[in-house]
Design a protein around this ligand. Sequence first.
Ligand code: ADP
Ligand code: MG
Length: 567
Amino acid sequence: MKRLKQILSRIDGKGYKAYKDIQGEYRFPRFQLMIDYVQGDPFAAPSRIRVRMPQSEAKYPASWYETPRRKQALEDWIARVWAEKTGRYSFRAKGTGKSGLIGVDRPGQEILPRTAAVVNDQFVEVRVTIGLPAQGRRVLGRKAEEMLCDYLPRLVDEATPADSIDRDGVEERMKLVDNQGAIRRFLSERGWIAFVANGSVLPRESGISDRPLRGKNVVQFQAPKSMEVSVDVPHGDPIRGMAIQDGITLIIGGGYHGKSTLLNALERGVYDHIAGDGREYVITIDDAVKVRAEDGRRVEKVNISPFINNLPFGRDTVRFSTEDASGSTSQATNIMESLEMGASCLLIDEDTSATNFMIRDGRMQRLVAKGKEPITPFIDKVRQLYEERETSSVLVLGGSGDYFDVADTVIMMDEYLPYEVTQEAKEVAQSQSNDRTQEGGEHFGDVTARVLSGKSFDARKGKKEKVDAKGLHSIQFGTSTVDLSGVEQLVDVSQTRAIAEIMRLIGKKAGGGKTLRQLIEEVYQEIEGKGLDVVSPFRGQHPGDLALPRQQEVAAAVNRLRTLRVD
Ligand code: ADP
Ligand code: MG
C-alpha cells in the first residue's frame, strides 16, 4: 500500500498515461490488490482491478461453497453486495470522463454462474472496474490515493467478510438453491418438463422490467388439483405445485387471461431465480427452448425438410439457405436448430408463431392441395417429435381447437388461474369430428448435424480482433453484427458478452470437420474444467463481466452469424 501511495504521489499532475505505472500487485492489511489493466485515457473503457481477501480474513464457512450450486450462488451473492454498494454510494471524484467510477457486474433476477466474484478454500476475489481520476488528461494522484487506499479498503470491509455480508441472508440463499436443485432432480428423474409452485407470482412489473408485478390485483399461482404434486426438499416443508409432464401440453384460454405469462415463466425457469422474484420455484428442465417465428433471419444449410418441402423453383429444403427467411421457414429453422443441439422440450407461443406453420384446417386442405403447400404444419409433426425423438412441446394456443386431438394435457387459463381441461377437450374433439387429413407422413424425418467451415468466423475488424456485446440482443463479431432479438431466453448482457467470446473460441477450432454441437461442447468442457474465466481474453487477470449462457443460446448466436458457412 505504501508503494502504491509513493507511485501515485510521484505521477500526480502528469499525463494520464503515467497511470500505467501502477499496474501490478499491492499488499493491504486485509487483502491483496491487483491492478491488472490501466485505461489509456479518462474516457476509455475503465481500468480493471481485483481485490483478493484470504479466507483467514473472510472466514466463510466451507458449507457455503461445498457444492457447485452453492458456490455459484455465493459468488452471485457477493457480486450483488458489491454491485449494490458501489451503485448506491460510489466514490465520487469530480473529474473528467469516468473519474471515480467503481463498478461490479450486476446480476439480474437470475442466479447464474458469473465471473464477477470467485470463492474457494484460499480466498474471496472480486473483479472491479474503476475510472482512475483525472483533471483534463492529467493524473489526479491525491484523488486516486483516496480512492484506492481509503475508499476501497472500506468497501472491501463492508462487502466481503462473512460477518458483513448478512450471514442470515446467505444461509437463506443456500437453502433456496438446495431446494431449487432438489426440484430440478425431481423433474429429471421422472423425465418431466416443469414445476410451478403454488404461490408463485408469474407476471412482471412491465414489458421492460423483470421484477415481479406487485399490488392487490396480482393472482398467485395455484395448481389444478389433478396436476398437483408435492416435492420433498432438503429445507422446510415439501413444496406443492403444478407438474407439467413430458408429452404435448396445450395452454388455452381467453385472450388476456395469462397464457403467455405462464409460458414466459416456463422459459425463464431454465434458470434459478433469487428470493422474492416470484418465480423462485418455477423450474423448467435445463434444455427447454423457446422457438418462434423470426422472419428476416439468415439460414445456413439447415435441414428443414420435416416441415417444408416443394418450394417454388425446386429449392433445396434438406440444405436450406436464405438471407431472408419467411415467418414459417424461420420457425421451422429455429425448431430444427434446437433439435440439432438436443433440445428435449420446445416452448411455443401463438403470439410469436407463424399461423400457417402452426395450423392448416380441413377447409384449407381441401382447397389448396398438399402438393401446392410446402408447409407441413406443426400439428402433424408434434406427436412424431415426441414419440420418435422424445422431444416434448408446450404450446400456447387460444385460437385453434385442432390441437385437442394431439395433446396429452390441456391447461386452461381463466382469470390467471390454471384449470386442467384435458378430458373436456378430448370430448369436444370426439363429438365435433375434425375433417382434417393427417399430413405428417410416417416419420418425423432427419435432424442433420452440420459441419462448420473454418472460414465462417472472422473476428477481425481492421487489424485487430473485435468481438463484443452491443446490448443484450446484439453481438459485434469482427465486421458483422449478430441480431439476437429472436433469442428470448437470453437474460443478461454478461451472457451475451460470454457468447461473443465463446464464438471467438469456436472460430479458432472450426474447420477440422467438427459439427456445431461438437465445437460448442468442446468449449463447455473447458469451462466445466477451468471455470468461465477461460473464455475471457483477460483470463488469469480480470475476466469480471461474464455470465454463463446455455449451449442453446451459443448455437443460436452462431446460427445467426451472417458469415456462417457450413461444409
Ligand atoms: P394472454 O397470453 O392469455 O393473452 P398474458 O399472459 O399476455 O395473456 O397476460 C395479460 C396481462 O395480464 C399481462 O399484462 C400480464 O402482466 C397480466 N397478468 C398475467 N398473469 C397475471 C396474474 N397472475 N396476476 C395479475 N396479472 C397477470
Ligand atoms: Mg398471449
